[in-house]
Unconditional design. Sequence first.
Length: 117
Amino acid sequence: MAEYVCAENEKDLVHLVGRFSDETKNAVKVGPEILSRYVGTYERQIPRGPQELKIALDDAGLTLSIAGGPPRPLTALSATVFIDAGGRLEFDRNDKSEATHFTLIDGSGPWPVVRKK
């Protein structure tokens, strides 16, 4: 959808609703003891092959790095849901509250992302 709007039909851009800033108004504070459970290396399968995603924790909260790119800060909407300008991450945890995977929801669809380390 975004590619279509940007490349083929930029005039439709005004009809897209919602902004990242609208979502960040719903931000919540999540303690470092919970955030630390998500830190690790994850992998998703895309058409070009596996892609590595890293979740890290710094003083400001969680960050996401995709394929070795720069870390992007994540905004917490709940203890398991985070957003950045590129999409939404929904973490799943096992009965020990350890993150096993997350779903990355962006303009190209929902992507299952499995924890490797």
